[in-house]
Design a protein around this ligand. Structure first.
Ligand SMILES: *[C@@H]1O[C@H](CO)[C@@H](O)[C@H](O)[C@H]1NC(C)=O
Ligand SMILES: *[C@@H]1O[C@H](CO)[C@@H](O)[C@H](O)[C@H]1NC(C)=O
Ligand SMILES: *[C@@H]1O[C@H](CO)[C@@H](O)[C@H](O)[C@H]1NC(C)=O
Ligand SMILES: *[C@@H]1O[C@H](CO)[C@@H](O)[C@H](O)[C@H]1NC(C)=O
Length: 364
């Protein structure tokens, strides 16, 4: 009898959740006025996040009045209280989080693109796994890339020690090797305050780089990823093999923004992710996340980090606004190094065949 009651009850809850899920959606915006990166006067190309306290603007907050000891608190401590206060004051359907979006350090694919030049890289070399001396398929970090991640590590430790910054309450990472390595070097071995969330990032498919036909955007299999970092959780449903990369068609920006939003929705729908969230990802993917958050464009150099104060409002009882996404497109390339690239594609050398059509899988 008792058992029947419990089951009926959970069935009821499930049904209402399904209803809610259909009739609600999350709307994101960036709250400006707190970080230099939000200001039009800040030039992303020369910005060094380690020189200016992550970009946190020196200012007072209305929540300072709640802190009797505000004189002794650092800017980051007072800002954390501000974020707590914003959440306390807001309706149930509104939440605020600070995302720390970190780009991986330099990978072998970045080095190769500089070496060959972008046209030759895009039109030919990037479609190969490597050139015999260097491998860039699912690229690993170069020594310079490891040094950039160590710089991020040292800066986090500095901020923890000097600013008493609140460390991330949760960590997420793209499944590509260069981001796994970057997150590891950045956050392993930090001396965190007692009670902090231990660093065990959730490996999440949808935080991966824009999926082009380049082999650096093809991820390794799950077995390999798990063997590299056996203690790190991998999200449910993560497939053994990469089922998204085709080597023929590339993801469009609008399609990418939809999956970036799906990833953000899962972070913001989970009540255990806390107010400060770290995401280790990629240049193209962080650009997409910033578009979804309504943040101005801010391109990061390899290894750099940008904090964003995000407001997420759950809009109830209204259908999700429809979004038009462009289907993935075939990416033209050449079968030998090209003459050059043009906005519409690649100009192949006379000896090379332009590849402009999808490969039709042959059935046995
Ligand atoms: C805030 O002030 C401190 C010195 O009090 C300075 O080191 C820091 O760079 C300033 N931050 C910004 C973002 O201007
Ligand atoms: C392969 O590319 C790297 C740059 O990433 C370069 O240093 C190396 O010389 C290239 N190897 C060959 C055989 O061209
Ligand atoms: C993780 O980072 C630590 C500290 O930098 C390093 O010693 C270790 O080799 C890294 N692990 C992997 C699998 O890269
Ligand atoms: C997974 O990838 C690794 C490294 O690329 C490879 O050695 C291994 O055979 C693959 N495992 C499976 C199950 O395909």
């Amino acid at each position: 009898m008792a058992r029947f009651t419990v089951r009926a009850c959970s069935l009821y809850i499930l049904t209402s959740f399904a209803f809610l899920a259909q009739a609600s959606y999350i709307q994101y915006s960036t709250v400006t006025g707190y970080f230099l990166q939000d200001e039009d006067s800040t030039d992303p190309s020369s910005f060094d996040y380690t020189a200016v306290n992550f970009g946190l603007i020196n200012r007072t907050y209305d929540s300072d009045r709640l802190n009797p000891h505000k004189q002794q608190l650092t800017q980051w401590q007072r800002f954390y209280h501000k974020v707590v206060d914003l959440n306390r004051q807001s309706p149930q359907t509104t939440q605020y989080k600070v995302l720390f979006l970190g780009r991986h350090g330099e990978g072998w694919h970045n080095a190769a693109e500089s070496y060959y030049g972008t046209p030759a890289w895009n039109c030919y070399w990037a479609e190969l796994d490597g050139n015999g001396t260097t491998t860039w398929a699912d690229a690993h970090l170069t020594p310079n890339g490891i040094a950039q991640a160590e710089k991020a590590h040292d800066f986090w430790q500095f901020e923890l020690d000097e600013q008493h910054i609140h460390p991330p309450d949760s960590y997420f990472v793209s499944p590509l090797t260069r981001t796994l390595q970057t997150a590891n070097v950045t956050f392993s071995g930090l001396r965190l305050p007692r009670g902090s969330t231990p660093f065990q990032p959730l490996i999440k498919e949808f935080f991966r780089e824009s999926i082009s036909i380049h082999t650096c955007d093809r991820r390794s299999n799950r077995t390999y990823i798990h063997a590299l970092f056996p203690d790190w959780p991998i999200e449910r449903g993560f497939t053994e093999y990469d089922e998204l990369w085709t080597g023929v068609t590339g993801e469009t920006s609008s399609a990418q923004d939809v999956r970036s939003k799906t990833a953000l929705d899962s972070v913001f729908s989970n009540h255990n992710t806390g107010f400060f969230v770290s995401v280790t990802s990629h240049s193209g993917e962080i650009s997409s996340i910033l578009r979804v958050l309504g943040h101005r464009a801010f391109s990061l150099s390899t290894g750099a980090v940008i904090p964003v104060l995000v407001k997420a409002e759950t809009v109830l009882d209204r259908p999700r606004p429809s979004t038009t996404t462009q289907p993935w497109t075939v990416s033209p390339h050449c079968t030998a190094p090209p003459v050059t690239s043009i906005s519409a594609g690649c100009v192949c050398a006379s000896s090379a065949t332009p590849v402009t059509t999808p490969l039709v899988p042959t059935s046995a």
